[in-house]
Design a protein. Structure first.
Length: 292
């Protein structure tokens, strides 16, 4: 009988270890005394906390934007009524023109600016309602634009002698802004509201939608400032250089418009003011959104 070394005896007495089983699990003592798995309900504590919105300075900026927007409308109303002779329709083309700056300041500046800020200004409202408001405000804006354009064309065509239309830089920029605004609104309705595009398409077009909205708003501001300057030169002539009361009013309106626009841009481009989804947002409006 062949002799067996101590080392060989130990190897023969030790059971083979399965390579697929962890080394610590081959020890029966470790297996029996291993702590029980943690219940799934306890793992909730391991989730990352929801991102909190940093609203420092937001409400001051948003309130300031509203004050500046209302100030623009009030100043234009005072300018056109007390310094511009008031309002009329086709019976007095000169006074009919005054509807143009007033309605454009209401619709294309104040309402449009608030439409851009709506998701951040009313952040606690459900997203479905925000979508409807964001899509509905342009209807009022377009109504103001339509009446304002009728007024300015009438004031030109019914004047004696008639005044040419669409020849100035102000009119070109303004007309371009109107056309782009209509296209932007229609695209927004079709892609984001009804019938609604797929999630991938909406995600791809969202940045373009935001960029175009701010670009059009910039064109509106430029058109407003050139329009104010044009009106001041046509009406005051060389007296504009003496800075009479009406010139001061026109300049102050322009500064108020710039400050309002700057506040709108600050609120809508500041990443810390972004609205994050709420649990109560619920399903989106379209069937395609629900299925996504």
């Amino acid at each position: 009988m062949s002799s067996v070394s101590v080392e060989q005896a130990v190897q023969l007495a030790t059971p083979p270890v399965d390579a697929n089983v962890p080394r610590d699990m081959t020890n029966s003592y470790a297996l029996e005394n291993a702590p029980p798995p943690r219940p799934a309900s306890d793992n909730k504590d391991q989730k990352q906390p929801a991102m909190e919105e940093n609203l420092s300075g937001f409400w001051a900026a948003f309130t300031g934007a509203q004050v500046l927007g209302v100030l623009v409308v009030v100043l234009v109303a005072i300018w056109t009524s007390s310094m511009g002779g008031g309002f009329a329709w086709r019976s007095n083309p000169g006074l009919e023109f005054n509807w143009h700056p007033l309605l454009m300041s209401v619709g294309f500046i104040f309402l449009y600016g608030n439409s851009i800020m709506i998701y951040r200004g009313l952040r606690d409202m459900r997203k479905q309602k925000l979508k409807l408001i964001h899509a509905g405000l342009p209807v009022l804006t377009l109504l103001c634009i339509l009446i304002a354009q009728i007024a300015v064309f009438d004031s030109h065509n019914l004047a004696t002698p008639p005044i040419p239309n669409l020849y100035s830089l102000h009119s070109w920029i303004g007309l371009g802004a109107i056309i782009l605004y209509v296209l932007q609104w229609v695209m927004g309705l079709v892609v984001f509201l009804y019938p609604g595009a797929s999630m991938a398409i909406r995600a791809r077009l969202m940045s373009w939608h935001v960029f175009m909205g701010l670009t059009i708003f910039s064109l509106v501001i430029v058109a407003s400032l050139t329009g104010l300057t044009e009106k001041a030169i046509f009406k005051l002539g060389f007296k504009y250089g003496d800075l009479p009361g009406e010139a001061f009013m026109i300049n102050f309106i322009g500064i108020s418009i710039v400050l309002f626009a700057a506040t709108v841009f600050y609120i809508t481009t500041n990443p810390k003011y972004k609205r994050y989804p709420r649990p109560e947002d619920g399903a989106l409006l379209t069937k395609s959104s629900v299925s996504e």
